[in-house]
Design a protein around this ligand. Sequence first.
Ligand code: ZN
Length: 195
Amino acid sequence: MTLTNEEVLKIFSETEALLNGHFLLTSGRHSNVYFQCAKVLQHPKYTKLICSNLVEHFKDMSIETVIAPAMGGLIVGYEIARQLNARFIFTEREDKIMQLRRGFSLQKNERVLICEDVVTTGGSVFEVIDIVKKFEAEIVGVAYIVDRSNGKVNFGYEQKSVLALDAVSFPADDCKLCNEAIPLVKPGSRKVLSA
Ligand code: ZN
């Protein structure tokens, strides 16, 4: 089954993965939207449903292996691999360099799907693409839950997200939401920082 946009948004808001308001981001900027993918992925039943949208898109492409960058991509990648009946491996950083460890490897021409939870600049995914290319495996596509790139990221392969999030952020000293006197909230604390 495939979830509609409305159904996906309903799950995100019920699990408080997606909040609308005025938020202090970890970067220090202020935003009208806060999204924490882990809040929805903590529920296997929702993870299964949301990932099924991506599986639907890639299911006839003979994917042999799903690969994802840790930490963000682990749960999504594993669930998608499970539904595709494929193998799952992950990359991780050591000394800041993304790599395959733990004896994981890829075969030449092996058909690979790259998965991630949230794509903003796509940095981690591009690093995984480089790793897969070194093994001369075949990248079939890139699947991710939320696109926060405002349509900017182009991986150069078939790419599919469940939802594109339309979010804006402002520097703390020049914030439209502050000017509108909307209370500022630090996500996770439920604390109102200003009124
Ligand atoms: Zn603000």
